[in-house]
Design a protein around this ligand. Structure first.
Ligand code: ARG
Length: 456
């Protein structure tokens, strides 16, 4: 078929080059945005007297019909078309003849594709924010249900100090809340209209870009046409935000994988979100969490790919930019899928309180509290730290834990130690005493829960 852009050339491209050039296989998903944008464009052209209102009406109603036909399956998107923009215009012209040819007045595919992508990503930003909210809610629910469960807190993956499981869950909730904020912020820069920048230099027609932008729900229009058609910062920003979402998901997944191992046995993922092995009948594998961890690499790759594509591109539009979409869509789809799986996986996991507590009793996680106890009795912290360390070393040698070391033995390390030491090193007390702002006490966790409730 002769190309709509046949002009200087006859438009019959080598078959291989034609398929190399085509983006329909991945930009067909923009059909709705493309048609919506075109309807607004036709309305603007007519409001400005650039085309007649009759022409605009017939273009708009034909576009409506095309949209309906695509959605109902009555119109198949032609896999041989060059891209979605050309496909829609082609069908329009087939259906209403010469009038259809007026639609592309005062625009170019360069501003059109930027418009479509922005419309698509604006919706996506809202969708992914709502999925992130679901995940935050799942973490919050687990925190509420298990508010007083004590578990080991780690640094260097070594037992450090006891914390509440609820505090742990809310640490992740805070990360995902920041992700929501980041995406919300990025959405502001997505929601700027490029349409009317045309090929690169603006247009000789008396267009009303603000009107067209308003019809499409944009907050403003981009003010430099060269920038308008070549800017993909909003894609980079979104992909970096999504990369960070994946970083958070991956860290969470890693914990879930560790926690469901035989060695930890802190949680059990529900059957719905685990798989078995084809050979080992006893297996229950955390595949979904592993996949989230694994897919993180590909989202980073999408971001790196886009940055690399953009690097070194002269202004304005270059065909290289067609390469933006596959990575962007891949990242969008991947993050959506991971979030959709993670929220119910978190919500349905079982917590083994006893195992968490048993584990927290090991590793002398109350050694800091013994030192703090001696500080209260009047010792400088460094001296108290030394004594506590010596007690720990003695306990390791003699097979004790701090809780069961007799008072007479404690006295050998410091005469300041009396019967109230057992209170001070009791794990539940250790947790509850950390009532500083943002600490792990129940009181602090409740404040965090209230904050999240508000933020959601
Ligand atoms: N399919 C192209 C893309 O995705 C649309 C823009 C093409 N513009 C052009 N002048 N060839 O970027």
């Amino acid at each position: 078929m002769a190309k709509m852009w046949a002009g200087r050339t006859a438009g019959d491209v080598n078959e291989l080059a034609d398929s190399f050039n085509s983006s329909i296989s991945f930009d067909s998903r923009l059909y709705k945005q493309d048609i919506t944008g075109s309807m607004a464009h036709a309305a603007m052209l007519s409001a400005q007297g650039i085309i007649s209102s009759d022409d605009a009406d017939s273009i708009i109603s034909a576009l409506k019909q095309i949209l309906q036909d695509i959605e109902s399956g009555n119109l198949q998107i032609d896999p041989k078309a060059e891209d979605i923009h050309m496909f829609v215009e082609q069908v329009l012209t087939e259906r209403i003849g010469d009038t259809g040819k007026k639609l592309h007045t005062a625009r170019s595919r360069n501003d059109q594709v930027a418009l479509d992508l922005r419309l698509y990503l604006r919706d996506y930003a809202d969708e992914v924010s709502s999925l992130l909210k679901d995940l935050v809610k799942a973490l919050k629910t687990q925190a509420e249900k298990n508010i007083d469960v004590i578990m080991p807190g780690y640094t260097h993956l070594q037992h450090a100090q006891p914390v509440l499981f609820s505090h742990y869950m809310l640490a992740y909730a805070m990360m995902f809340l920041r992700d929501i904020e980041r995406i919300k912020d990025c959405r502001k820069r997505i929601n700027v209209s490029p349409i009317g920048c045309c090929a690169l230099a603006g247009t000789t027609y008396d267009t009303d870009r603000a009107l067209e932008a308003k019809k499409l729900g944009f907050d403003s229009v981009c003010l430099n046409s060269l920038d308008g058609v070549s800017d993909r910062d909003f894609c980079v920003e979104l992909l970096s935000s999504l990369s960070l979402v994946m970083t958070h998901l991956s860290r969470l997944s890693e914990e879930l994988i560790l926690w469901s191992s035989q060695e930890f046995s802190f949680i059990e993922l529900s059957d719905d979100f685990t798989t078995g092995s084809s050979i080992m009948p006893q297996k229950k594998n955390p595949d979904m969490a592993e996949l989230c961890r694994g897919k993180t690499g590909r989202v980073y790759g999408d971001l790196m790919g886009l940055l690399t594509t953009l690097k070194g591109l002269p202004l304005a539009y270059n065909k290289d930019m067609q390469e933006d979409k596959e990575g962007v869509f891949d990242a969008c789809d991947t993050v959506k899928m991971c979030l959709s799986v993670c929220a119910p996986m978190i919500l349905s996991m079982k917590i083994n309180k006893e195992n968490m507590l048993e584990s927290a009793k090991k590793g002398f996680m109350n050694a800091t509290d013994l030192a703090d106890y001696l500080v209260i009795k009047g010792l400088p912290f460094r001296d108290a730290y030394k004594i506590s360390g010596s007690v720990v070393a003695y306990c390791i040698q003699t097979g004790h834990i701090l809780e069961d070391l007799p008072l007479s033995e404690y006295k050998k390390f410091s005469t300041l130690i009396s019967d109230d030491v057992y209170q001070a090193i009791d794990l539940a007390n250790c947790v509850q005493k950390r009532s500083s702002e943002g600490g792990t006490s129940t009181e602090s966790v409740k404040k965090q829960l209230a904050f999240l409730e508000d933020a959601l």
